[in-house]
Design a protein around this ligand. Structure first.
Ligand SMILES: *[C@@H]1O[C@H](CO)[C@@H](O)[C@H](O)[C@H]1NC(C)=O
Ligand SMILES: *[C@@H]1O[C@H](CO)[C@@H](O)[C@H](O)[C@H]1NC(C)=O
Ligand SMILES: *[C@@H]1O[C@H](CO)[C@@H](O)[C@H](O)[C@H]1NC(C)=O
Ligand SMILES: *[C@@H]1O[C@H](CO)[C@@H](O)[C@H](O)[C@H]1NC(C)=O
Ligand SMILES: *[C@@H]1O[C@H](CO)[C@@H](O)[C@H](O)[C@H]1NC(C)=O
Ligand SMILES: *[C@@H]1O[C@H](CO)[C@@H](O)[C@H](O)[C@H]1NC(C)=O
Ligand SMILES: *[C@@H]1O[C@H](CO)[C@@H](O)[C@H](O)[C@H]1NC(C)=O
Length: 343
């Protein structure tokens, strides 16, 4: 197995010189490719078997797919995954971009994913790391990521062979913070594009978090708990619950959330990324064009059937509004009190 892989690697790295290249340059290139080949091979051998398999097969296929221009064979941003479980058929030579949405609960990431998945060439596979075993250590995390990026992750979102961008959403409390160094390395090595999706108004997020966890047992929609709804009627019913916010605990919670977001942006700042805010997406759907550009997919009209739950000014959604308003007025979080978008 190992020998075979090394052979492929070396093959893939030989650059065919053009007629004009002087002999010395050819020698330099040859020596460089050999040294580099040996280096890559030794690195590959240290990796798990599955990973070596995925990466190296990808290199071979990419050589087959690409025009015979040797210039960009090393581009880590272009992938031609070879799924283990099916054949990409006519789309085998369509390049695929890898992405990860880094977000938090109740920040619009579910909604955002429905937009992405309405694109015929995008597969965003949901909260795959909600399952603890998949994030228990870096080995498990890498195996999971490799499976997603080889297009072998089967979910309702998977478009399979003609996927041009594949990813998932990763909540901050599901492992990325604990393993940020190794994950950053993985993202940079494999060319994973990061979409940060956060909410500016953390007080509105808090209302949504409390209401959602209340509904887990209250089950306001005819005895069913729903985190996302598809009709205005359902939204009104869910929003009828108005949380009481403990003004003593409020600031510690807002500070904690703010710190977590700041830290995440810092941890992953060396990755290729864009930062999106839920509020901007709500008021300006053109942001979705930016996202499609970022993912390198053809522009399409993206749609979602989800309906926003808390649509009114915060004063209508918080039971002890006066107390909360008084507590926050004059602090750094003052702007959260105002309407930050119009529907
Ligand atoms: C990593 O986690 C997986 C799944 O929980 C477990 O099976 C495996 O033994 C762990 N490996 C290491 C090196 O801890
Ligand atoms: C998008 O999907 C369609 C239909 O499956 C396919 O024909 C097309 O080549 C894909 N486009 C890209 C950029 O992969
Ligand atoms: C609840 O059930 C009633 C009667 O079956 C139905 O008319 C109503 O639309 C349901 N409401 C929701 C929010 O699903
Ligand atoms: C707010 O939380 C603090 C600390 O847990 C508690 O002592 C206090 O009683 C709570 N206040 C209300 C109004 O629930
Ligand atoms: C929240 O952070 C601010 C500074 O940003 C600080 O003044 C305040 O004491 C913190 N509050 C709590 C409860 O941690
Ligand atoms: C909407 O988003 C697009 C893309 O980011 C941007 O160019 C445009 O200025 C935004 N429009 C408004 C009104 O903010
Ligand atoms: C905040 O406090 C200032 C000064 O006490 C007051 O004039 C203002 O109306 C308050 N804002 C809100 C939203 O209550």
């Amino acid at each position: 197995m190992a020998e075979e892989l090394c052979f492929f690697t070396k093959e893939a790295f030989v650059i065919r010189p053009t007629k004009k290249t002087p002999i010395t340059l050819r020698m330099i290139i040859l020596i460089f490719s050999m040294v580099f080949g040996v280096y890559i091979c030794s690195v590959s051998l240290r990796q798990s078997r599955f990973r070596s398999h995925t990466n190296l097969i990808e290199v071979v296929v990419s050589r087959h797919c690409r025009r015979p221009v040797a210039s960009n064979w090393e581009d880590p941003l272009i992938h031609y995954p070879v799924p283990r479980t099916y054949n990409r058929n006519e789309c085998a030579c369509n390049p695929v971009r890898f992405f990860a949405i880094i977000s938090m609960q109740r920040s619009g990431s579910g909604w955002f994913e429905t937009f992405l998945n309405s694109h015929i060439n995008v597969s965003s596979n949901g909260e795959i790391f909600s399952v603890k075993e998949r994030r228990s250590n870096m080995t498990a995390i890498e195996a999971t990521l490799d499976k997603v990026y080889s297009l072998d992750w089967m979910s309702s979102a998977a478009k399979n062979e003609c996927t041009a961008a594949v990813g998932f959403k990763w909540m901050l409390n599901q492992g990325p913070m604990e393993h940020h160094e190794e994950i950053t390395k993985y993202f940079n090595r494999r060319g994973v594009f990061v979409i940060f999706l956060f909410r500016r108004n953390l007080l509105r997020r808090m209302v949504s978090v409390i209401a959602n966890s209340h509904d887990r047992y209250a089950k306001l929609l005819n005895g069913t708990h729903k985190s996302h709804v598809h009709s205005a009627n359902e939204a009104v019913i869910l929003a009828s619950y108005r949380p009481l916010i403990n003004t003593t605990l409020l600031f510690a919670d807002l500070n904690k959330t703010k710190d977590l977001i700041d830290k995440a942006l810092e941890f992953f700042k060396s990755t290729r990324h864009i930062i999106l805010y839920y509020e901007d997406l709500v008021s300006n759907r053109t942001k979705l064009v930016d996202v499609q550009d970022f993912l390198g997919v053809p522009h399409r009209q993206l749609v979602s059937r989800q309906v926003k739950i808390h649509t009114r000014p915060l004063s209508d959604h918080i039971k002890n509004w006066d107390a909360v308003n008084n507590a926050i007025n004059g602090t750094e979080y003052e702007s959260f009190l105002n309407a930050d978008y119009h529907l």
